[in-house]
Design a protein around this ligand. Structure first.
Ligand SMILES: [Zn+2]
Length: 79
């Protein structure tokens, strides 16, 4: 996955909150950056990778919640 230029990176080894704004990653600035640096397919792949990595760090977070957080917004219909 490309390194976002905005500094809105996840705390990958800790809680996957954004290092810049403290919100659950991907926060809005991170999503905007991901959208500008990935096409639709690259974005889905990158977010699946992120989801799998986050699921290992956050084993108590329901899968549905992780799916909503990492993947739902990448659906074209999600706006
Ligand atoms: Zn952020």
């Amino acid at each position: 996955m490309c390194t976002p230029r905005t500094g809105h990176d996840p705390a990958r080894k800790i809680d996957w909150d954004c290092l810049a704004c403290g919100r659950p990653w991907p926060c809005d600035p991170a999503r905007e950056d991901l959208l500008t640096t990935h096409d639709a397919v690259q974005l889905r792949i990158a977010m699946w990778d992120a989801l799998e990595e986050a699921a290992r760090i956050l084993p108590h977070t329901p899968a549905a919640e992780l799916f909503e957080r990492f993947l739902h917004w990448t659906e074209p219909a999600a706006g």
